[in-house]
Design a protein around this ligand. Structure first.
Ligand code: HEM
Length: 319
């Protein structure tokens, strides 16, 4: 009996301590100048820049291979940030807590740090295309990749300009939101598909490729889950819709983990018609193989979450 009382009092102390820690954590996240606003941007940017300078010093930047290596290296500092940005609003809706609120408040600065990391890649791309045009046009240039990459940089530039008041005032709030949402999707889609091809097609032996693919997949899956939560009215669909929804979600997850097993036959089917082969030469991401598992997840979530009753107030939406 005595030991139970002691146990309960110990639990109370731990709970009180946890409450204290939570309040302190909130205070640190909200008030600490280093991890909020522009200082956060500079911390992330200078941290990445230090590694970039170190890698540049260790690389042979006179050779095209050395510069190409830096293109690859620099983008790896940008990729986690765009995946984080993609998932931020979804995490805030799914798991409202101090951390996700902090992320929401600072996503502009995380976004600008992503842009700064991409500027390194842009600089190395410029360097190789001007300094070694033969190598660039023989080994790197491919129309579709060029269109994808250039569209990515156009989106990025427009997003940077309109993240400042002088650029923002040229857009209505609705247009601003369309631009930034489309830009985030595109800039997520590019690296996500690169890592899907690296793992599912080339069978990469690099653990980083699998990690980045998994992070990219999770980021978008979280967006789908948050969208499902917004449609949620307290109960799952039942019967055929419910079963179909669960089946599609399970299939989406399975397909997401087994791309190497299905990419070849699925690509063959999708690229069998001649127009599809033409589109593959220039249309970014066509025929969208990396995104098929996520399409299954989205369809499954749609079936599983019955339509929101227009009479009911919508869940608070944070985009
Ligand atoms: C015209 C613009 C672009 C060009 C010419 C370009 C070129 C390159 C080159 C040469 C590589 C190195 C490939 C290798 O050595 O294996 C690379 C890698 C990569 N690029 Fe780009 N790129 C462009 C735009 C972009 C954009 C907008 C993104 C979006 C975030 C992006 C994401 C990536 C990723 C994820 C990798 C793979 C890095 C790794 O292997 O981990 N690129 N790019």
């Amino acid at each position: 009996m005595w030991s139970i009382a002691r146990y309960v009092s110990m639990l109370r102390k731990i709970t009180a301590q946890l409450g204290f820690l939570k309040v302190n954590m909130q205070r640190v996240m909200n008030k600490s100048p280093l991890i909020n606003g522009w200082p956060l941007f500079w911390c992330l940017t200078l941290f990445a820049a230090a590694f970039m300078v170190r890698a540049s010093v260790l690389s042979d930047l006179n050779s095209p291979e050395g510069i190409s290596g830096m293109i690859q290296y620099s983008v790896r500092w940008a990729v986690p940030l765009i995946f984080l940005i993609t998932a931020t609003s979804a995490m805030a809706r799914l798991f409202p807590n101090t951390m996700t609120r902090w992320l929401m408040r600072n996503r502009r600065y995380v976004g600008l740090s992503f842009a700064a990391a991409m500027a390194w890649q842009g600089a190395f791309i410029f360097w190789i295309s001007v300094g070694h045009p033969d190598h660039y046009y023989t080994n790197i240039y491919f129309l579709r990749d060029e269109l994808e990459g250039s569209s990515g940089y156009l989106f990025l530039t427009a997003m940077i300009v309109t993240s400042f008041p002088f650029g923002r005032r040229h857009l209505s709030p609705a247009h601003w939101s369309v631009l930034h949402r489309a830009g985030v999707y595109f800039l997520w889609a590019y690296p996500f598909s690169v890592y899907w091809w690296n793992t599912a097609y080339y069978g990469s032996e690099l653990w980083l490729d699998y990690l980045f693919y998994g992070l990219g997949f999770t980021a978008f899956a979280l967006r789908i889950a948050a969208w499902g939560k917004g449609r949620w009215v307290g109960q799952h669909a039942t019967g055929g819709y419910g079963a179909g929804g669960k089946l599609l979600i399970a299939a989406g997850l399975l397909l997401g983990a087994t791309g190497s097993l299905w990419q070849e036959p699925v690509s063959a089917v999708l690229l069998a018609p001649a127009p599809s082969q033409t589109l593959e030469l220039w249309l970014p991401f066509w025929p969208f193989q990396p995104f098929l598992p996520l399409l299954f997840l989205g369809l499954g979530t749609w079936l599983l979450t019955p339509n929101v009753d227009p009479a009911l107030p919508k869940t608070q939406v944070v985009t």
